[in-house]
Structure formats: C-alpha cells, structure tokens
Design a protein around this ligand. Structure first.
Ligand code: BGC
Length: 558
C-alpha cells in the first residue's frame, strides 16, 4: 500500500499504557483490558492520538510480561481476545490508533518453542531457534563466554539434558527465563512475520519493537573486557534485512501501519534503522536521559533532529516510560538517576516537599518542550499527573528481576509502575472497584490523594490541566509539534546560554518561539502573544514585555 504524504505517526502524541497499572476492572489488584476500555475517553480527552500497550500476552510475568509464552493470545489475567477486539473497536470510535508491543529478542522459557528445544537435544532444529552452545572447560562446565546479563548476573544458563546430565548452555541477554531467539535462523523470521500478520489483520495500527537492535549476536561468543555482549548492528549483520522484511509486511496493509523501535544506540546508529525501507520511528532516549542542563539538552535536541532528518524520519520526544525513574523525581533531585539501561534507584530517598515542588515545576516546563518540538511525542501514563517515583516500596512487593538478580543491590523499576490514582481519598484511589478482593499489585502512597485524576481535573493549575492545555494548543496551532525548527540560541554554544530558544514555522501559520529557561534567574521573552507558560510570568520592565522565570518554559506567537 502507498503511504499518505503526511502519515499520522509522524506527529502523533502517543500515550503509553502499562496494562497492569492502568485500571483494574475485575478487582484482582491488577489492571486489565476492560479497565483500559473504560478509560479510553480519558486518553481522548487528554488529547492523545494513539495508545501504546505494553505486553498483555500470556506470560509467566517474570519480567512483567516482557517474557512472552504465546505471541498471539491474551493472558487471562488481562482478559480475553474478545476484550482485545472490543478495545480496538472502541479505540476506533474514539479515533485513537493502537500500537502493541512486539518482543522479538527473546521469549519466555515457557514458550512451546523453548520447551521443545530443551527436549530435542543438541544439534536439533528445535535448539536452532535459540542460542544453545557447548560450554568451555574440560566437561563444558564453563559458560561459552563471559558476557553478563542486562539484569545482573551471567547471560548463560546450563541445561540438564534428557539423560539427566548437565549439558549445553543457552544465552539470555535478560533474565534466565528469557532465552534469546536465534535471528539468523530463517524459521525465526518467518514465525515473527506470522505474528505481525496476526495482529495487523485484527486491526492494530503499529508495533513497538522491544530491544530492537540486539537481535543479532556475535556468535563467536568472544569474551569482552567488560563482560558486555557484542551486538553487531551494521549492514553485514543482517539486522537491517530483518527490518526490511518487517517493513514489507507492514506495507501490505492500508492505514499507514507503523513501527517504533526501542534502542539505546547512538543517534547515527539509530538513524540507520529508520531509512525509508526500514522502521518508522525510534524512541529518543537521549532526550529522556539528559539531566536538567541547557547545554546538554540543546545538543540532544539539535543532534537528534539532524540524525533523523538525514533519513527523513521524524524525531520522537520521550521523557518517561516504564523502565525509567519518573521525571518529577529526576528533575527534582540533584543527581541524574538513569543508569545505562535499568536505572539504579538504590539509596534513592523520597523527595522533600521542596524537591517535589522543583521537580514538578521543571517537569511542567519540559512537558512544554516535549509537546512543542517537531515530531511525535510519547507520554507514559501517570506522567500527565506528575507522579513521582515511589521510592519506599517494601522488598516483599518488588517484582523486577533486576532486584533479584543483583541480590537487592539494585531496586529496579517497580517504583515507576505503581498503579494510577483515579479518584477518592485513599488507596486504591479508584484503580480497583470498591468491592475488590485484592489490593493493587503495588501499594500506592497515601499522598497520591492530591494527585488523582479527579483531584487534578478540578484544579486549573494542576499538571493534568497543563497537559490538556498543551495538547489542545498543539491541535489548534499546528506549527506546534509540526513546524520547521530553527535555533535562536546556538545549540552548540549553549554553555553560554541558560536556555533553549527555538523558532517554529509552517506555511500558512503564524510562527512561534519556544523558550525553556533552565536557570534560576529570569530571561526576557520575545514580544508577541503569549500562548502558554508553564508557570506564572514576572511583570517585565516595560508594559508589554514579560520575563520568563527560572525553571519555566513558554510559547510565544511572534
Ligand atoms: C522493556 C523492558 C524489559 C526488557 C526486556 C525492555 O526494553 O522495555 O521493560 O524488561 O526490554 O524485554
């Protein structure tokens, strides 16, 4: 199918739903598909264009569903396939596109393919679906390489063969219950093409591709100095060919079906995955990981725009997701909390009232930049409520494999996954029905009574009202989110500035300037009509000038 000239995903605002934490319609303490259906109008009223659902497939839930045991079904914990079809139909009624998660790097160890591989033995086609290798040492008792797992500990696990003896080892980039597929085996590619067709035929609009750049491994399994794996990403590795195959599948369907890839690679490497015959867009993790600093943010914005433009792909902007310490907490505390992959929140204390106020103020300012810059923006549910990271979850409720694999040294990502507060003055804050038999799967802090959707809807100065205002403005003034960007401050001389200041233009629309002041002291705003400001402005030296206070952002039509 041919693509529209300006397909929806190029500037879409996508709302990420973490199904287990969004809304629990059945009282089990875990969110479900019916809960999502019940709150689609909330997402629509917020002003998003699409939802992305983290995995809801059958899974032993070792990694909160990123360990899939059946790629074409719904876990009964979340509902049924009928519920999913209803969700799709209801989303259509609300004009919301639906993106689902595809987890191709690894399956659950309970996936029938892996179970068959265990039974079939060395050298079998079943084992060739995954990465099995003989161990080193006299009796194969040493792992094939020294590579470590992202979640801590080794990335190889030894199996017991049918004769009851210790046998081969299998490779897992993440937990031992997440064996990596062998993407050099055409049977794996064929299988995932079928999975894509399955969901595309049902009517999904796109896929979020998990760990997208790690599919091909260096199977010489050579030891590395720092025990990290070797993941080839160049043309010769075949990984780009996989995405060209995926693209051909997507292009067989109408309606501009798309894929957004998850990769932590550098901008220029990511751009290679976004060439016109590969995938459509990638999460901009550089934006997410940048600490509160004008120079670093300016560079991140400028360099990512240049890299993506080089392949005619839109840039995305991402501030939060289910793997990262929540932005209010990051911006409110002095330290940058994002590790290489899994944030290290050990020792992280709850914010003081002052830090919470500063983090909130900065998160409001950053939301303006996120939603004003040209491209597509992602909002992780709860971000629009300004939820902080929950730092005091007791050990016994933690579920992240990182916590277990590092023997508690890293607390993992549960603190950004605490269920949404909808209404009321005490937990479960409307997350579960009043007669629920179970408590929410992670406890919500009492203080969230002030942060519920209901409380914030009443309050014009709340984070939720701010997001609604910004998204409404984005629709009203298409130069916001879609304009061509030019710099007023030089992004590469940003140490000399305390702000990001850009101009956006679009034919047929009035230009706007967007300014984010990172410092504590005010800067002057250009003359013009103030369209939005993340905090109240200071009166200026002359009647029609305004000063933009510290830690604040604004949009001015000029
Ligand atoms: C997901 C994580 C998950 C990991 C392994 C990531 O990129 O976002 O939540 O733990 O992949 O599947």
């Amino acid at each position: 199918m041919t693509e529209a000239k300006n397909p929806w995903w190029r500037s879409a605002v996508v709302y990420q739903i973490y199904p287990r934490s969004f809304h629990d319609s059945s009282g089990t303490g875990i969110g479900d598909l019916r809960g999502i259906i019940n709150h689609l109008s909330y997402v629509k009223e917020l002003g998003a264009d699409a939802i992305w659902l983290s995995p809801f497939y059958p899974s032993p839930q070792v990694d909160a569903g990123y360990d899939v045991s059946d790629y074409t079904a719904v876990d009964p914990m979340f509902g049924t396939m009928d519920d999913f079809d209803l969700l799709l139909a209801e989303a259509k009624v609300h004009s919301l596109k639906v993106i689902v998660d595809l987890v191709p790097n690894h399956s659950s160890d309970q996936h029938p393919f892996f179970q068959a591989a265990l039974k079939a033995g060395p050298g079998s086609p079943e084992r060739a679906m995954y990465h099995f290798a003989d161990g080193r040492g006299e009796n194969g008792e040493l792992p094939p390489s020294n590579w470590g797992s992202v979640f801590g500990g080794p990335s190889w696990t030894r199996v017991t063969e049918a004769d009851g003896q210790p046998g081969q080892w299998y490779y897992h980039l993440f937990a031992r219950e997440q064996p990596d597929f062998n993407w050099e085996n055409p049977a794996v590619v064929d299988y995932f093409e079928d999975v894509l067709h399955f969901w595309l035929k049902r009517g999904v609009d796109g896929f979020r591709i998990d760990v997208s750049d790690a599919l091909i491994k260096d199977t010489s399994w050579a030891d590395t100095p720092d025990a990290s794996p070797i993941i080839p990403k160049d043309e010769a590795s075949g990984v780009h060919e996989i995405y060209r195959r995926f693209r051909k599948v997507l292009d067989q369907y109408d309606g501009d079906r798309m894929a957004v890839i998850e990769t932590g690679a550098a901008d220029d490497v990511v751009a290679q995955f976004l060439r016109p015959d590969e995938m459509h867009q990638a999460f901009n993790f550089r934006f997410l990981k940048t600490p509160w600093d004008a120079a670093q943010f300016s560079r991140a914005v400028a360099e990512s725009l240049t890299a993506y433009e080089s392949v005619s792909a839109p840039t995305t902007w991402v501030m939060d997701n289910h793997d990262s310490t929540r932005s209010v907490t990051r911006y409110g505390s002095a330290v940058s909390l994002i590790g290489d992959y899994v944030p290290d929140v050990s020792g992280l204390e709850a914010l003081t009232a002052e830090q919470f106020a500063l983090g909130t103020r900065r998160a409001r300012a950053m939301a303006l930049l996120l939603l004003a810059l040209p491209g597509s923006a992602y909002i992780y549910s709860g971000q629009e409520l300004g939820l902080p990271e929950v730092t005091d979850l007791p050990d016994e409720v933690l579920t992240d494999p990182t916590f277990f694999r590092t023997e508690g040294k890293q607390r993992g990502r549960d603190g950004c996954r605490v269920p949404m507060p909808w209404s009321g003055s005490e937990p479960p804050f409307g997350f579960s029905p009043p007669d629920a038999s179970e408590k929410p799967w992670l406890p919500q802090p009492e203080q969230w009574r002030d942060l519920t959707v209901a409380a914030q809807t009443e309050d014009e100065s709340s984070m939720l009202s701010w997001y609604r205002e910004l998204l409404e403005l984005r629709k009203r003034e298409p130069v916001i989110g879609e304009g061509t960007l030019s710099w007023v401050t030089d992004p590469f001389a940003a140490e000399k500035h305390q702000r990001i200041h850009v101009r956006l233009t679009k034919e047929g629309h009035r230009p706007v300037e967007v300014i984010l002041n990172f410092a504590d002291t005010p800067v002057e705003l250009p003359e013009g009509e103030l369209l939005a400001a993340s905090a109240r402005l200071l009166p200026g030296p002359v009647a029609d000038t305004h000063l933009l206070p510290g830690n604040t952002a604004a949009i001015v039509a000029v």
